[in-house]
Design a protein around this ligand. Sequence first.
Ligand code: HEM
Length: 354
Amino acid sequence: MESAIPRHLQCPRTLQRRVDDGYTPPFPAWTARPSRPGQTIVMALLGVQACGAHAERDACAGLRQIVAGLHAHGAPLHCDVAHQVDECGYVTMIAITYWRDVAAYDAWAGRPDIDAWWRAPARLTDGVGWFREVLAPAEQRYETLFSAPDRLEAGGAALGRLSQEIMEHGYWGSMRDRLPLSQTDPLSASGALTIIDGAPGPGARVRVAGHANLAVIRSGQDWSDTAGEERRLYCDNIAPVLRAGMDFLRDAGTSVGCYANRYMQQRDVAGRPVEKTFGLSYWHSLTELERWAESHATHVAIFGTFMQVVQELNFALRLRLYHEVAVLTSGQQRYEYVNCHARSGILNGLPRES
Ligand code: HEM
């Protein structure tokens, strides 16, 4: 058993963990480790949205353009493709790409053909909306959690290594305790989302600045290996409650500090749905994300069912859960939307005129 915080980032705590040193987690979990100290991860969401009679076809065609641009010029370390219909009825498809660092992402985005495509006036008139959400947390501001040790996902797949079993999990507040910076910093949010330039909405480009200590979570579920009673429990008892929790965050999230939530279905390279979903949400602060996880009836219920199933199956669970969390400085976030509706992604969290 080891700490989730890598040794080179451990320091004397000025802020205490929620549990004492004698705490033993009730079930095992692991975290992803960088292949080399100091290695960071950049998560770039490259998305397209479409509405109308041919929304699925148009969004798929848009995603193919994005993916072709990636393949042609130095692929990212890891890429997932996912699909969702958002709160305004727009089909949204995203290539969630992971890069070694900002320089690697910028080298791709700055290539003359990729850059010219992104800036072209045609992006405002080709019938779909495009967006890029780029998150580049320092390693002190990023943590991951895996319920199984044999399949890395998301940023963990890009980092490439897994820890031994970790101590800081299985209790409310453990997400914070896994973040290296939380040893000495309360990670309090300050500032507000602001428009850098442009305007939200169809026919326009807009860039938005994030604020200090905005929190992002991608929390994934993979039920492809489940069978029998465990599968029935996941599909009948857990998944519907999860959807209710995700719908709440999508439709009423701003009331609890969640700027935007996407509950997405992953697809394979041929575009077919696979048995993997994830919630991806942007939060005003880590504290509000903690509060939702600990108190919202939907998450409390799925947490309870998970704990019950873990015990019934004597820890031999085939349902895989993972998450990655980043708490970002304002300089570690970039958001740009082109011809997108005014509630797309982080735009949903912009202060509204009354
Ligand atoms: C933590 C279950 C989906 C947000 C946890 C933990 C469990 C769990 C067992 C404790 C993990 C540990 O520390 O060992 C589930 C199940 C889900 C699910 C069964 C779906 C089937 C989600 C989603 C979100 C989310 C989609 C996205 C907002 C959180 C957060 C924590 C957490 C923020 C950390 C709480 C803290 O440490 O204070 N969940 N979860 N969960 N979950 Fe979920």
